[in-house]
Design a protein around this ligand. Sequence first.
Ligand code: GLU
Length: 447
Amino acid sequence: MTTITRFAPSPTGRLHVGNIRTALHNWFLARKSGGKFMLRIDDTDAARSKEEFVDAIRADLAWLGLHPDGEERQSDRLELYDAAFERLKAAGRAYPAYETSQELELKRKVQLGRGLPPTYDRGALALSDEERAAKEAEGIAPHWRFKLDHEGPIAWEDGVRGSVKFDPAQLSDPVIRRADGSWLYMLPSAVDDIEMGVTDVLRGEDHVSNTAVQVQMFEALGASPPQFAHEALLMGKEGKLSKRLGSLGCDAFRERGLEPEALIALLARLGTSQPVEAISDRQALVEGFDLSTFGRAPAKFDDTELDRLNAAIVHQLDYADVSARLPAGMEEAGWHAVRPNLTTVGEVDDWWKLVTGPVEQPEFTDEDRAYLALADEALALAFAAGADPWGALTATLKEATGRKGKTLFLPLRQAFTGMNHGPDMGELLPLIGEDEARARLASAAAA
Ligand code: GLU
């Protein structure tokens, strides 16, 4: 059987780290077994769903390189939900209820006051035909609940949590359809998972009790439930998933100049027993993906770890991978010279100015000015000597002046780049070129 996974975001906002992680893991699961990864847009909530977010979800997945093998939209599939609903009604598994939200709230308060769990008391099931007819005659349209089967436990073998059991009598019959005919999440999702042939549902542990209900829906609709796995949720460094992190959209990571591979390397292994490493080889991550390595404790998402991974990934990027994003005139040698100094590719422009100039030099002491004048004289020979003018220049100056270490190198670096640190001078000097390098030495010596 082909593995079919799905990522089912509601288009009510941008994808945040938690969503991205769920999408990624479903993509891994499908890719690892040569299966399919489907995008399902959960847009039954017409008031909150927005087309701009549908577009943003597609764009974010494309940026992450998580290309779906197909896309469905719940708003296009309402007939399927109607058909399933009719079947549930005919089987006595969907029933009308008339309580207002205030009445339900009051019932909950009374139950809690008595120390009872606030499960729905099935008051609507106790209504006689006449009582129902009277409600309808009063113009009260019903909402609809799914009738849980209270027999026996609901049980499944969870890909992350192991054996999970629920007593259905402890759960409320969930509302599946509102009085205005619109759908709540629960039934359409189960119907789609059946119709789309979804074999594996991998999602956050906030859905565990939904799964208990949906297991019974699958069965009521004559389907066997898919394989379920529920991941521990992500937390911020400070303990819980902070507002900032929870609302940090994928666009924020893009704008920060992060590589999608950094986010992916982090989210691939966060919360697992495998070490988080700067792995940019997607296939290696796919092959290493293994639900049995996932822990039950909430995974801590650390933004500084993301920056660290990003830098490490940038340091591995080949010229061919980034050439389109580099400043004009920057070739492979330039990329290699500057790359180790970058934490994001976007910083390359500033570093490249060290080559193209102008550079702002510090004030030099008289002694250093004399030294730099000497360097100016030695420079032509150093360039004439071959491919390593920096090596030749510093060797000559070391011999001529007896300087070594910092006193030998630093005034030169400062004169050439205006900085105390930066790219390897051996790589940088040939890129600056002889004429420009001489001009910089001359101005430093003269200042
Ligand atoms: N739209 C639901 C959500 O975003 C989907 C949950 C599921 O994976 O079934 O929470």
